[in-house]
Design a binder for this molecule. Structure first.
Ligand code: DC
Length: 230
């Protein structure tokens, strides 16, 4: 009998390595991996490019009607890239210009509704690992395994700095720290689906864990639930 498929959610603070872990788990389990943050980032890129006035609900509605998001597998990365209206924007959405606006745009109820609907559709068949901020609380409250990730702030700054400096060597630790603090604050204090640890989530603090160690811990949780479900 084939394994029963489950839904795994990974929520937590910015730059905790959620996507890295989610991708590794999905690959080991043969599940689909979805980086929900990429969806908010791609929407943000569209809003920046088209100078959408986010205070104008009609303009926001019109903009969303023109946004089409798709994920396509990129074998070179071993992960899916996001397409915005057919254009591969995976690299662009990681840049500071988007990072500095995304939390603000993700506070809009209509934007969240738009993204959540698509996320729920992607999880219909289960067999999915999705990372974000509200995946265990709002998108899939029924998920079998919910992980809440956290890590020391200095460690998160260093990790993000390394990543960003690959495309822009001028980025400094202070810039990254400011952006991270701002995003943490906005993500946790917004009215619509703020970042919260689901009551039934397991906490994974990876400050002092290697990627291999955290993978082993999380896969232990996942396999225990999958075996129980069979
Ligand atoms: O995971 P990330 O850093 O790529 O996410 C980018 C932003 O998108 C983050 O600052 C908050 C928002 N986000 C959200 O509000 N809800 C999600 N499920 C995922 C991301």
């Amino acid at each position: 009998m084939p394994d029963k498929k489950i839904i795994i959610t990974l929520d937590g603070w910015s730059s905790c390595g959620k996507s890295t872990l989610a991708r590794a788990m999905a690959s080991a389990l043969g599940y689909v991996f979805v980086d929900s943050g990429a969806m908010y980032r791609a929407i943000t890129l569209y809003f920046i490019r088209n100078q959408i006035d986010i205070a104008d609900p009609v303009a926001v509605e019109k903009a969303l009607a023109s946004v089409q998001l798709q994920f396509v597998f990129n074998p070179a990365r071993g992960a899916s890239d996001i397409l915005l209206n057919g254009e591969n924007v995976e690299a662009l959405i990681r840049e500071m210009a988007v990072a500095s606006r995304v939390s603000e745009i993700a506070t809009l109820a209509r934007v969240r509704q738009f993204a959540v609907q698509q996320q729920q559709r992607l999880g219909k068949e289960k067999g999915i690992v999705m990372d974000g901020r509200d995946i265990g609380t709002v998108v899939f409250p029924q998920a079998e395994l919910k992980i809440f990730m956290t890590a020391d702030k200095d460690i998160r700054v260093q990790r993000r700095l390394k990543e960003l400096q690959q495309s822009d060597p001028a980025i400094t630790a202070a810039m990254v720290r400011d952006n991270l603090e701002q995003r943490d604050y906005m993500d946790a204090n917004r009215v619509e689906s703020p970042l919260r640890q689901a009551v039934d989530a397991r906490v994974l603090d990876n400050s002092n864990l290697s990627p291999a160690q955290q993978f082993e811990l999380a896969m232990g949780w996942a396999n225990a639930i999958i075996n129980q479900a069979n």
